[in-house]
Design a protein around this ligand. Sequence first.
Ligand code: ARG
Length: 271
Amino acid sequence: MNSELLVSDARHFRVDYEINPYMHTEIQPDLAAAVGEHEAIVAAHLAAGRKVRYVPSAPECPDMVFTANAAVVRGNRAVLGNPPPERKAEVQYFQEWLTWKGYEVVEVPYAFSGQGDALAFGDDLLLAAHGQRTDQRMMRVLAEELDYEVVALQTVSSRWYDLDLAVGVVGLPNTLAYCPAALDAPSLRRLHGLGAELIEVSVEEAAKFALNLVGDGTTVTMTKGAPRLAAELRERGLRVVELDTTELAKGGGGVRCTALTLDNPPGRPSL
Ligand code: ARG
């Protein structure tokens, strides 16, 4: 699970605009430190035995390090992200890379935040959010194009502009971490209805991008700012690697945002 990840780099990472509440153009990242944070994340993936693929960032794309928004991939199909105008220039680079790698790439006419708003859970479920960066009509498109059973969720504010800030797929079977205050009441009911083990995360830790983690069943790679969630995960037998993400956080992202999962298992062929 999550053994093949697409990353970019932080060489052109800047805060040129404010499209989420964590971004402030007057607070720029220290570039060398941001590059270092990103390299440490990639090194942690490799140390955990994950495969890492790489698309170089482009100078005109200051958010390209956040590859999670590029698409959501299942089997050999990739539904391409359709980001806000500020990030449109990124799309062609990811589209070219995915096509070159042999993925069947699907373009969509509606706003779509890619894996940022579409988290595979188990083999057949897709936890997908709408209302912030993703149009509600994408729920049907994702079900049709990727053959997932879509669990539609809504976060309560732009503080959770992408679902991967509010919900974390930790990698243990049937286990999710989530921030209850980040989801609306129908979404909470839907989540509880899944019958999964749910680990609750406080707003305080979630706002530090605690849930923006990569888990593969053995290792969880996450930010350093969330000791309570880290302890909960260790109690469940997981190896937890906590990394500095303070510079990347100035763009409103963390560990999960910088990695697009490429090897979600395909759907079962229908008979
Ligand atoms: N600055 C980027 C944006 O607002 C951050 C994206 C983070 N990605 C994520 N999957 N949460 O689009």
